[in-house]
Design a protein around this ligand. Sequence first.
Ligand code: AMP
Ligand code: GLY
Length: 412
Amino acid sequence: MRALLVGSGGREHALAWKLAQAPSLTDLHAAPGSPGIARLAECHPIRAEDPEGLLALAHSLDIDLVVIGPEAPLVGGVADVLRPAGIAVFGPSAAAAAIEGSKAFAKDVLAAAGVPTAAQLAVARPPCVVKADGLAAGKGVHVCRSDAELDDALKAVTALGGSFIVEELLEGPEVSLFAICDGSDAIALVPAQDFKRAYEGDEGPNTGGMGSFAPIPGLGGDAAEELLELVHRPVLAELRQRGTPFVGLLFAGLMLTPDGPRVLEFNCRFGDPETQSVVPLLEGDLLETLASAAAGALAGASLETSPGTAVTVVLAARTYPAGSDRGSTITGVEEAEAEGVLVFHAGTALHGDRLVTNGGRILSVTGTGVSVAEARAAAYGGADLIAFEGARRREDIALAAAGGETVSRHRS
Ligand code: AMP
Ligand code: GLY
């Protein structure tokens, strides 16, 4: 199969790494890709948000499957240009991607599908959560426990220019559960956890994600299947009934509250940096499974998970999430790889043959092992070898899980 991967982040690098190993792959292409992806695929300088450019590229390369990584091209309708032109796409239409693109739409679908979620509040009063309605790169959500936090949140969402929703503040461990979907059927990938806050101890602003690990102790395959039945399948049925079937990766951000699981959000694509921890644990031919989903023929497909654990630590620019860094030299990537970790590029560029920073999240480092503690030690050991001016990371990724804490599941 000839595959074209769209995107350039750490998530896409992890996907490229897995797709490159697929027995069904003959050629891997990427647009626009990254210096990391360029080691695995032929990169083409076409932007992810350029549907006509991607269509022409897919035709000229005789591509069998396009895999779209980021949310912006999905919400922007890239799949709607490719699919009618006869190109198989793993990624939802704009109408189905609205499950991520609009919080208000997602709430409507959840209500119609009878899936448990945080209640919407008519009045903004702490404690509550304020969410910008549109895409905000993981930065549009504000957890407000005080009047001061609420004031700041309202200013921030107003500055984003769009409408917003207010919902009840829930408590409990969070789970990212990915499902590969073909419009009707879904298969769950191993549950992961993301560390969204900028600083240790879950302090500071929300980011795109500072680290992740998978699987989550206490959430085995049966639990993932139960959650799929509770959340993803009813949503797929609802979207299908609305005439906008979801083909692609449906990512539920869940909170396991004392009253049972609640959906915090949906994303219409693989999560970043969860993908960097999930993908190294998958066995089997991911490309073939994504192609089956794109063809609406997932029935009977499965993806085995290896018994190990993966931990991912993000190396970010000093000022991330507010700012980014460009042009600082990055050293130590090859040394880290030589130690056996996976280094995925998120925001890098090449100046000649010098690898430099080019974004907010710069690299992610994934360690694997038989236990969380072992995977964590590997990830941090690899990250220790990498340096760039202002490099910042959280020191507590998967720390509680490595200490043997399990996620307790409460049912309502
Ligand atoms: P979202 O982008 O909607 O997943 O929100 C980002 C983060 O904000 C989540 O991962 C949670 O940590 C937090 N969050 C979102 N909604 C709620 C809620 N209703 N109650 C508590 N925390 C929330
Ligand atoms: N890590 C969460 C996300 O990808 O939205």
